[in-house]
Ligand binder design. Structure first.
Ligand code: KIV
Ligand code: ZN
Length: 385
């Protein structure tokens, strides 16, 4: 099995979610949990953005012992100096330097010609070598960059000394076939590509961030960048927990795996949600409240007979206590009887039938029926029958 490195950017791209602001203590708390989760590389922030962010990255660099600590920089000397200042105390420091390469960004944002972009990237990587032995270079908006120019930029980055080249789909525009094809083309055409790691960084504007990351893996990517709970700019980034569990659940397909500790996934998700204030939607894959909850009678009956009928992974594996059978209007008699027994009621078949009828009447009026509702319903029935 090929190892896929996980690069977590919850503390950088994740913190770029509108309304999110993490202080130093919160950054360190999340970073230590990411370390427990077994994340390989942690991007702790963008030190040139503010003195507070520099301090936060520095505190993470000092606290974490078992992951590479990375800071982000534009292709400018002062940004690179700030990253070094922030991460120099880390056990394993790394720079992430980027410049945009797409025609849209070159024309409207950078106002640079192709050759100027190449020169700026080369100068930045050369300058960074005075501090760093590990340098990741990103071609921002790679997804919308001409493929031949992307090959040229990648070759230059490798020749100049980058150890990882990242291919961001900055605006979440790619589809899996297109994004996978970029990796295939780079692998087949760029001299020296075997000397570096290729990385995927996807955004979720079309809801394809995880699918695109998996397509990159299928076409040779060594590293996936993303965040916990998929938080990030606009619609967010690839959810790392989704990638890890997709590779684990479908290992026969990908022949690749991460080395994270699955049992820490849920705890990490809860912590990130609490400290960022970003609520995890109930239907979010892997970590949403409904990810292991079953409401319909047919599904509940299947689950009570054999869990693999409706679950492709176990909640216990990611640190969730157990699956939930939620009682609502679609629920059936099997789950209802099971629930009564869990609540300590030993009812005759006739009592169950009467109570079930009452339960259905109630379930038609309520979204879901709680244990308290059920107890009230049974107590009332037992007293009045
Ligand atoms: O989405 C993006 O392009 C980024 C880069 C800075 C890597 O976050
Ligand atoms: Zn990004």
């Amino acid at each position: 099995m090929r190892k896929i490195y996980l690069f977590d950017t919850t503390l950088r791209d994740g913190e770029q979610s509108p309304g999110v602001n993490l202080n130093t203590q919160e950054k360190v708390e999340i970073a230590l949990q990411l370390e427990k989760l077994g994340i390989d590389r942690i991007e702790a922030g963008f030190p040139a953005a503010s003195p507070g962010d520099l301090a936060g990255v520095n505190a993470v660099a000092r606290a974490v012992k078992n992951a590479t600590i990375i800071g982000l920089a534009r292709s400018r000397e002062k940004d690179i100096d700030a990253v070094w200042e922030a991460v120099k105390d880390a056990q394993d420091p790394c720079l992430h330097v980027f410049i945009a390469t797409s025609p849209i960004h070159r024309k409207h944002k950078l106002r640079m010609e192709k050759h100027q972009v190449l020169e700026a990237a080369e100068a930045a990587i050369k300058y960074a070598k005075k501090y760093f032995s590990k340098i990741e270079f990103s071609a921002e908006d790679a997804g919308r960059t001409e493929l031949d120019f992307l090959c040229e930029v990648t070759e230059l980055a490798i020749r100049t000394g980058a150890t990882v080249v990242n291919i961001p789909d900055t605006v979440g525009y790619m589809t899996p076939l297109e994004y996978g094809n970029i990796f295939k083309t780079l692998k087949e055409n760029v001299p020296g590509i075997e000397k570096i790691q290729l990385s995927a960084h996807c955004h979720d504007d079309l809801g394809l961030a995880t699918a695109n990351a998996l397509a990159a893996i299928a076409n040779g990517a060594d590293q996936i960048e993303g965040t916990i709970n998929g938080i990030g700019e606009r619609a967010g980034n690839t959810s790392l927990e989704e990638v890890a569990m997709a590779l684990e659940t479908r290992k026969e397909l990908f022949q690749a795996k991460t080395t994270i500790t699955y049992g820490e996934i849920y705890r990490t998700s809860r912590l990130v949600s609490k400290l960022t204030g970003m609520v995890v939607p109930g239907n979010k894959a892997i970590v949403g409240a409904n990810a292991f909850a079953h409401e319909s009678g047919i599904h509940q009956d299947g689950m009570l007979k054999e869990k693999t009928t409706y679950e492709i992974m176990s909640p216990e594996m990611i640190g969730v206590k157990e699956s939930k059978l939620v009682l609502g209007k679609h629920s059936g008699r099997h789950a209802f009887r099971e629930k009564l027994s869990d609540l300590g009621y030993e009812l005759s078949e006739e009592q169950v039938n009467t109570a079930f009828g009452k339960f259905k009447e109630l379930a038609d009026k309520k979204k879901d029926v709680s244990d308290e509702d059920l107890m009230a319903l049974i107590e009332e029935k037992l007293i009045t029958t």
